[in-house]
Design a protein around this ligand. Structure first.
Ligand SMILES: [Zn+2]
Length: 544
């Protein structure tokens, strides 16, 4: 019954296997898609229709890569059985397949594992995994010459790329929005889910054996002649792009508060380190530049906060975003969302004014040099409308849904502008609060982690690979405010700094070293070349 006499050509064989994996071994994925996709318009219908290609093509690429004579068949057979088991588990055990799951599995003894092996599970794997594996075993496959095989596969790879490109150009918004609203979906796409998870698991196991790198054991604070505690507030923005700040030339007035403040310095041309929080945030606080930055290296190396703490600063991180991405592991940190505090919070999220809650009283009590990091929720999409109180809903009509595909371009931009308007208020409030503390030598530095696409070239949200990401995702606002005392202590020529800020280029590479200067920390980790203030060194003598 299972035996096929005539040999199949390799391309056809790969296509059959890819189709089988796409549909029979991705039942959980398709159940999930059917449940979540609500077809309420042409573009969503087009998205749903293209989804099978979106699953099939990467699988086809994958099998084109691994299906070579001799090892191809055993690999496919192994993956058939594993994928059947994985899909069964996804469908029936309510799990996701990530590196934690692989660890559970690898560290579970045989008796515990056997609890999962029911008769139904065995029958499922036999029918959906083992039987097709037998078919693969018994089906002869005809390979062409090496040259011809490579040529065919390369051409098909390009055809697949073209198809995906066409799909993306038509319904990118739907894909971005579906992926963002259902991020767990990546754990459901079979074969890739557990291959990726196993890779992550091994990488993590290797990482735990790594040694933590201390950049400087004895960083020192320079003497302070003013006898006032030094307080620096680092306001870390989220998804704010420079293009929509009126301070950066945007035609709508999204910065009514900050644009009235004559004491701020606005850095006009600043590039982010990454296009997503998970990269940008650790990169900002790392001494490594974007070109040399590596996430794991950064996690196992002293960062800006560690050095400040080691130099004697009280360091404190308050988070209203999705956590500090391991940047604050070794310092005091709180999640502002804990406690669901009124009137700021609404279940799983809070407006950014929760970061202002208690700030002024806290500053009044400060006796020691202190570094405070406030991590904003900022303009986190796609639920822009949840980022601000009603009072800031000034750009209308807004897009009051997470399903960006249901909104016009104008609505999306309006809603995003409201988040910037609110961010303008939060930054201004921090400055005003600091300004009311003459007993402190204080400063504030605001920088966003990355930008956002709002439909330019049909792109939405962020996270594209840096090399191809558009400027909307990479150009970020960076704004500095220094109290008169701090300016004096830095011996700063403000007109020089403002002139550099207006005309020169900067990036997250400058963040670490500039902040060290603002904290007066003498450390071997400091690189003067990257310190923004060094561009005005030697010009202190002119009027300030
Ligand atoms: Zn971010």
């Amino acid at each position: 019954m299972l035996k096929t006499k005539t040999p199949l050509n390799s391309t056809l064989f790969i296509a059959i296997i890819s189709a089988y994996f796409s549909f029979m071994l991705n039942v959980k994925f398709w159940q999930f898609a059917v449940e979540k996709i609500e077809i309420d318009g042409f573009s969503v219908a087009l998205f749903a229709l293209t989804l099978p290609f979106f699953i099939f093509i990467p699988l086809f690429w994958f099998f084109s890569l691994i299906f070579v004579p001799r090892i191809g068949k055993p690999l496919v057979m192994l993956l058939l059985v594993l994928s059947a088991a994985s899909d069964y588990a996804l469908q029936n055990l309510g799990i996701v397949i990530n590196s934690d799951m692989i660890r559970n599995f690898a560290e579970t003894n045989l008796r515990e594992a056997s609890d999962f092996i029911t008769l139904r599970a065995v029958a499922y794997v036999l029918i959906v995994g083992v039987l097709p594996a037998v078919w693969v075993y018994r089906t002869p496959v005809r390979f062409s010459s090496l040259k011809k095989e490579v040529k065919t596969r390369l051409l098909l790879f390009l055809a697949g790329l073209l198809t995906i490109g066409l799909i993306a150009s038509a319904v990118y918004k739907e894909y971005a929005s579906f992926g963002r609203n259902n991020s767990q979906v990546r754990y459901y796409i079979n074969t890739f889910n557990y291959i990726y998870a196993v890779g992550r698991y091994y990488k993590r196991s290797a990482d735990t054996k790594r040694k933590f790198v201390i950049l400087d054991r004895t960083p020192q604070r320079l003497p302070n002649s003013q006898n006032k505690p030094r307080v620096l507030v680092l306001l870390v923005g989220e998804t704010a792009r420079a293009a929509n700040f009126s301070l950066y030339g945007y035609e709508q007035n999204t910065n009514p508060e900050l644009s009235r403040n004559k004491d701020i310095t606005v850095f006009q041309n600043v590039s982010s380190c990454g296009t997503a929080t998970a990269v940008s945030l650790p990169c900002m606080f790392s001494h490594l530049t974007r070109k040399r930055f590596n996430l794991t290296d950064a996690q196992y190396t002293q960062n800006l906060l560690d050095i400040a703490q080691s130099a004697g600063y009280d360091v404190f991180w308050k988070d209203n975003d999705d956590g500090c991405k391991k940047v604050c592991t070794r310092i005091n940190h709180v999640d502002a969302k804990d406690g669901n505090k009124a009137p700021y919070c609404f279940g799983d999220y809070c407006h950014d004014d929760i970061l202002l809650d208690g700030l002024e009283n806290g500053l009044k009590d400060i006796k020691k040099d202190t570094l405070i990091v406030l991590h904003m929720m900022g303009s986190h999409g796609p639920t822009y409308f949840k980022r601000y109180p009603d009072k800031f809903k000034r750009f209308l009509p807004a897009c009051d849904t997470a399903n960006l595909q249901n909104c016009s371009q104008e609505q999306i931009v309006n809603t995003y502008n409201n988040t910037i308007l609110y961010t303008d208020y939060v930054i201004s409030s921090v400055i005003n609060i600091l300004n009311r503390q003459p007993q402190l030598q204080s400063g504030m530095l605001y920088a966003s982690d990355h930008g956002e696409s709002l439909g330019e070239n049909n792109l939405y949200l962020h996270g594209l690979p840096y090399a191809i990401a558009p400027d909307e995702q990479k150009k970020i606002p960076m704004i500095m405010w220094l109290s008169p005392d701090l300016q004096k202590a830095l011996r700063l020529n403000r007109s020089c700094l403002n002139e550099k800020a207006a005309t020169q280029s900067f990036s997250h590479d400058n963040y670490f070293h500039t902040v060290l200067r603002m904290l007066f920390i003498d450390t071997t980790a400091y690189d003067r070349q990257l310190d923004i203030f060094s561009r005005c060194d030697g010009s202190q003598t002119s009027a300030t």
